[in-house]
Design a binder for this molecule. Structure first.
Ligand SMILES: [Zn+2]
Length: 103
């Protein structure tokens, strides 16, 4: 048997201890259980230049099953936000398919 994992916190570079708790579905318990996130890592996405991937490790409080969740999060750059705004505008005013105005 594995040693019981008691680490339920992590320490940031500034020395602050972070504990993240949340109710998540546990596949082992087949129920919603309290989970503790003890590891979080951000790194640049290898497939998408405008995104970074977030790796999160959490353990079920009941059965201690470890789960790794990797999410791709878009970087909210000014340019990306502008593109999004323009796209929503063109949708709003039904300008989709029209010739873009070049400056
Ligand atoms: Zn569980």
């Amino acid at each position: 048997m594995f040693a019981a994992r008691t680490v339920a916190s992590m320490i940031t570079s500034s020395g602050k201890v972070i504990e993240i708790h949340g109710q998540k579905f546990c596949v082992t318990c087949k129920q919603i259980r309290g989970h503790t996130c003890f590891h979080m890592k951000y790194r640049k996405s290898e497939t998408n230049d405008d995104a970074y991937s977030k790796e999160e490790r959490r353990v079920c409080d009941r059965c201690h099953t470890e789960k790794v969740v990797v999410k791709e999060i878009p970087i909210p750059t000014e340019q990306a936000m502008l593109v999004k705004l323009l796209m929503s505008l063109s949708e709003k005013y039904e300008l989709k398919g029209s010739v873009p105005v070049s400056s």
